[in-house]
Design a protein around this ligand. Structure first.
Ligand SMILES: Nc1nc2c(c(=O)[nH]1)N[C@H]1C(S)=C(S)[C@@H](COP(=O)(O)OP(=O)(O)OC[C@H]3O[C@@H](n4cnc5c(=O)[nH]c(N)nc54)[C@H](O)[C@@H]3O)O[C@H]1N2
Ligand SMILES: Nc1nc2c(c(=O)[nH]1)N[C@H]1C(S)=C(S)[C@@H](COP(=O)(O)OP(=O)(O)OC[C@H]3O[C@@H](n4cnc5c(=O)[nH]c(N)nc54)[C@H](O)[C@@H]3O)O[C@H]1N2
Ligand code: SF4
Ligand SMILES: [Mo]
Length: 723
């Protein structure tokens, strides 16, 4: 008998509502949930692939133990007790012998979509007390979080474009038509952009590639990768020189305006145009338009973060919004009011964030939020001495494909004394593990969106019970983490900061639901509203989700800085400007640089085992501008060698004028041809990994974030093998 379940797709940040129809153990249909208040029926092609994930014969369902190594490695299934015993004993032993820092953790992107990992996972990994915590943050949004920390006093206080009410959307280094929005939970961005233009608004895109989003905006500007900081400084320069600066309601809270003005003096648009490729009059017009449009917002994302000056650029995006009176204003860059709200906890002695409180052992890269940049992970495993990493836990991450110089990391992982992966697949990273602990899949667990409600374009709350009950012989991520905590740290370990009742015994009975319940009742729509306040019970009665309305002004109240001030010119950034000036002055024309690209039917590195997502023309191609193709003797459809100091790959060329001259683009997340992976579909559509070419030494020196975008590369035609 067919049963329907309302749930959410947890593959990307849009978290679209879905209706899953099941018959017995089978998913027979997945479609968009028209009742979901935020997505209103929208889904992308990846949602239906949740069925493939659920039924995938390659998805691991029981723990796997590796025997032997290298090409001789074999795997056998094991029971949970045996696997936990082994992992517990080895991790405890290594910690006892070599100290806390000998044990490292890498947490990947699906963590953000998994409330069990957000709570119990975080609790466990942080309780380990190691400096060697790593995550995908440092190949992603770290610079934006740093800007929030330095300017608003809390790393999670992230401004979100009020996309549904803005009249001018300036989108820098993001491709929301494909990514469906990031640090901007906004399902159906195509529809939202259409609506923006239909109400007379304008959208401008600044990107080195004429992307899918470019087709949905009024104006697309090519920018040379890595030069956004210069463009933004020029914008600020014009705002000041033309007297356009207006800090409205928040003027009394903003400091550092003069220092920012002085900092931007050196960067009139005439001076930066040669490097950015953006004409001075375009910059002037954009500055005027931003200042004169009441509801306007500048939004920057991955392209702005993962580059040589990601720190400065992410700061300046916020600064432009402040200087044009678009921060915390309707139609501008706003803050959410999530139903479960972690932000006030910082005021109660909790954690607002930290930066540079220690540095990595080998390269001296700065800590952020208690983590070190993943670009240094391989060398921290390789370099002997006190503090050397000897054991690694990966959780929901595939750093061999997703972090720079994956080839080096691939080799380094073999040097570990012990590795455990909490992951449902035997893939490029987990093949190095001694033990793989596979969690339940997205349809086998309940969901409340803990993280992304913090960055959604509308406030809402939704709880979904699991579509399928977890099998006897399966474990949720949170159960795995709780058990590991008990084995490694002792049975009485308190995992989560907070009241004493959160002991292991209490937690293992209650699970994440207890956190949802407490969080909802303590939150802004909870008991304080008394009658009709939100609770888990109430959400259960509304499986489609509850709309909590548009974003509202939240400042200065929500600031976590001393005196509720927003510092427009933190010294960390001002001190980094010399480096930017040096780069500007030494810019050499004629360099060929590499950028990435996301694709609608890919999800980072891990959904390529779904036939429906990979079928069709091979997508792992190198986009090359016709002029560069001609200069380098490259022919459309033929193989080229893409190389850098770090390594090289052979990849088919796709000649296209959608890419800026001097720039080539390869999607990330491919490269499933490595031996020993158990991904039957993905291996036959293997592609190559861009991160076998990206150099782990290219980082934003200020933040330690990998500068994945804008690295210099060489591309040559592949000489046909001699016959
Ligand atoms: N060159 C280049 N590199 C990039 C990027 C780029 O644009 N260019 N983008 C970067 C960005 S933004 C990101 S976020 C990273 C992503 O990098 P990672 O987070 O390291 O990699 P993912 O591809 O997301 O891999 C997710 C892993 O989690 C597993 N998994 C899936 N669901 C679950 C679950 O519920 N529980 C557990 N325990 N495991 C699960 C999958 O099997 C897979 O192994 O890549 C980064 N790398
Ligand atoms: N379909 C799909 N959706 C996804 C993902 C996926 O893999 N597939 N991944 C999810 C994840 S983990 C994330 S973090 C988000 C990311 O969401 P977005 O940031 O919206 O996605 P990207 O495609 O990485 O967009 C970055 C853009 O920056 C451009 N760019 C590169 N270098 C520069 C530069 O130096 N300056 C400027 N101005 N632009 C530059 C690139 O051409 C690209 O178009 O997407 C999420 N959604
Ligand atoms: S945009 Fe696609 S992948 Fe992202 S949540 Fe919606 S349906 Fe899922
Ligand atoms: Mo990401």
């Amino acid at each position: 008998m067919a049963v329907t379940h309302q749930h959410s797709c947890t593959l990307c940040e849009a978290t679209c509502g879905i209706v899953v129809t099941t018959e017995g153990d089978n998913v027979v249909d997945i479609r968009g949930d028209e009742q979901d208040p935020t997505s209103q029926g929208y889904i992308c092609p990846k949602a239906t692939a949740l069925a493939d994930l659920h039924h995938d014969p390659d998805r691991l369902r029981r723990p796997m133990l590796r025997e032997g190594s290298g090409s001789g490695a074999t795997w056998r299934e094991a029971g949970w007790t045996e696997a936990f015993d082994l992992v517990g004993e080895r991790l405890r032993g290594i910690r006892a012998q070599h100290g806390k820092d000998a044990l490292a953790v890498y947490q990947g992107n699906p963590t953000a979509h998994n409330p069990g990992l957000m709570t119990f996972g975080q609790g466990f990994f942080r309780s380990l007390g190691t400096r060697n915590l790593f995550s995908a943050t440092s190949v992603d949004q770290l610079p934006q979080m740093l800007a929030s920390l330095l300017m608003f006093g809390h790393q999670a206080l992230l401004p979100v474009p009020d996309i549904d009410r803005t009249d001018l959307f300036v989108c820098i280094g993001a491709n929301p038509a494909v990514s469906n929005g990031s640090i901007m939970t906004a399902p159906n961005m195509r529809g939202r952009l259409k609506a923006l233009r239909a109400r007379g608004g304008r959208a401008v895109l600044i990107d080195p590639r004429r992307t899918e989003t470019a087709g949905m905006v009024d104006e697309h500007l090519f920018i040379r990768p890595g030069t956004d900081a210069l463009l933004l400084l020029s914008l600020i320069n014009v705002l000041f020189s033309e007297g356009l600066v207006r800090v409205g309601r928040l003027a009394g809270n903003v400091i550092g305006v003069h220092a920012l003005k002085v900092a931007a003096l050196d960067y009139p648009p005439e001076r930066t145009t040669g490097v950015t490729g953006i004409a001075p009059e375009t910059v002037v017009n954009l500055a005027r338009e931003l200042a004169r449009t009441e509801r306007a917002v500048v939004y920057g994302r991955v392209g702005v973060c993962t580059q040589e000056f990601g720190g400065i650029a992410s700061w300046l995006v916020v600064a432009v919004n402040v200087l044009t009176d678009h921060l915390d204003e309707v139609g501008g860059a706003m803050f959410t009011t999530p139903a479960i709200d972690p932000i006030p906890l910082a005021g109660m002695g909790g954690y607002g964030g930290s930066f540079d409180s220690y540095r990595s052992r080998v390269r001296g890269l700065p800590e952020f939020g208690g983590e070190l940049p993943v670009a240094t992970l391989a060398e921290e495993i390789e370099a002997p001495g006190p503090g050397q990493i000897r054991a690694l836990i990966t959780s929901a991450g595939n750093p061999v494909l997703s972090t720079p110089n994956g080839t080096r990391l691939d080799r380094a992982l073999d040097k570990l004394d012990f590795m455990v992966a909490i992951d449902p697949y035997l893939n490029e990273t987990t093949r190095h593990a001694d033990v793989i602990l596979p969690p339940t899949g997205p349809l086998e667990r309940s969901h409340y969106e803990l993280l992304l409600t913090l960055v959604a374009v509308r406030n809402s709350a939704k709880y979904s019970p699991a579509v399928f009950p977890r099998g006897e012989d399966q474990r949720h991520d949170w159960e795995i983490c709780l058990e590991l905590a008990s084995r490694v740290l002792g049975p009485d370990q308190k995992l989560l900061r907070g009241p004493g009742w959160l002991s292991k015994a209490a937690l293992s009975k209650l699970g994440p639901e207890a956190i949802f319940e407490v969080g909802l009742r303590a939150g802004p729509y909870g008991v304080r509203k008394l009658i009709g306040g939100l609770s888990l019970g109430k959400l259960k009665k509304h499986p489609e989700g509850v709309d909590l309305g548009p974003l509202e002004p939240r400042l200065p109240g929500r600031l976590h800085t001393r005196g509720k001030r927003i510092n427009l010119a933190p010294s960390e950034y001002l001190d980094d400007l010399d480096r930017l000036r040096g780069r500007m002055d030494s810019w050499a024309p004629g360099e060929l640089v590499l950028i990435g690209r996301r694709q609608l039917r890919s999800n980072n590195s891990w959904m390529h085992n779904s036939e429906r997502l990979v079928k069709g023309k091979p997508r792992c191609t190198l986009l090359v501008h016709p002029a560069d193709a001609e200069r380098n003797g490259l022919i459309d459809g033929e193989l080229a060698v893409l190389s850098s100091r770090a390594g090289s790959v052979e990849v088919p060329v796709e000649v296209s004028d959608a890419i800026m001259p001097g720039v080539v683009s390869l999607p990330h997340g491919w490269g499933h041809g490595r031996p020993g992976v158990r991904l039957r579909v993905a291996s036959t559509h293997a592609g190559v990994s861009i991160n076998d070419v990206t150099d782990e030494n290219c980082v934003d020196d200020l933040t330690g974030t990998a500068a994945l975008s804008g690295q210099r590369v060489r591309v040559t035609a592949l000489e046909p093998a001699a016959v």
